[in-house]
Design a protein around this ligand. Structure first.
Ligand SMILES: *Cc1c(COP(=O)(O)O)cnc(C)c1O
Length: 223
């Protein structure tokens, strides 16, 4: 199967899942996760109509997308992996959406850098939905205060929430919780759902699914 074929299949499934839940398919963004994929794969997806891409490493995104940012100006880039504070300068310059604000120190660093560059990518707060000790993110209990601080003191353009639920469990309750939290805070973007569970995520209110394998095939290397 080509990437174009997979994109068609994915769009069909996404649309059907949206319709089953009485949702408008246009309200769901497909973030094509191109981590570890070569630029040729990104170009193939772009040619097939895909515009939003996600990378989980700043360095890799810079290498793969810097040229394409000028040659393909309607392309949008999301950071979906952990962001170290020493990479904030490059990240603010590079991405349209930073989906992984996961700690207070990073919020400070982003606020400082965004004001310095006068560039304001959309920010999503990563929620540690399962309260897993090994996982990044703000716990659901701490979210309201963290969000209030980001908005009121740091003036960060927080647009939504993202989560990666615990593996090997039914993700639906975690997805539903994220939608509830986003609604409480009146945040429009809810990024949840990957290749294995994007239909469930759509049923639970996802507005931005992050799909790698189901679009590009197995990744050439781990990432
Ligand atoms: C890799 C990755 C994805 C995509 O995973 P697939 O199972 O290949 O669709 C989505 N979200 C994040 C945060 C990832 O790191």
């Amino acid at each position: 199967m080509t990437i174009a074929n997979r994109l068609t299949a994915l769009t069909d499934k996404t649309g059907a899942a949206a319709q089953r839940s009485g949702r408008n398919p246009a309200s769901i963004t497909l973030v094509a996760v191109s981590k570890t994929q070569p630029q040729s794969a990104v170009l193939e997806a772009y040619t097939a109509g895909q515009r939003v891409f996600g990378e989980n490493r700043v360095q890799e995104a810079v290498a793969k997308f810097t040229d394409m940012r000028t040659t393909h100006q309607d392309l949008q880039l999301w950071l979906i992996g952990p962001l170290q504070t020493n990479k904030v300068t490059a990240a603010v310059r590079m991405f349209d959406t930073i989906a992984t604000l996961d700690r207070p120190k990073l919020a400070e660093a982003l606020a400082q850098e965004m004001s310095k560059q006068q560039r304001w990518p959309d920010i999503l707060i990563e929620v540690n939905s399962g309260n897993e000790p090994q996982k990044a993110g703000i716990s659901p209990a701490a979210l309201p205060d963290f969000y209030a601080d980001c908005r009121n003191r740091l003036h960060l353009p927080i647009k939504g929430l993202m989560c990666i639920p615990p593996i090997a469990t039914d993700p639906a309750p975690y997805f539903r919780d994220l939608t509830k939290l986003a609604n409480q805070l009146q945040l429009p973007i809810r990024s949840m759902g990957m290749s294995g569970d994007f239909e469930t995520a759509i049923a639970c209110g996802s507005t931005a699914i992050r799909v790698g394998t189901a679009l590009f095939g197995e990744r050439p290397t781990k990432g």
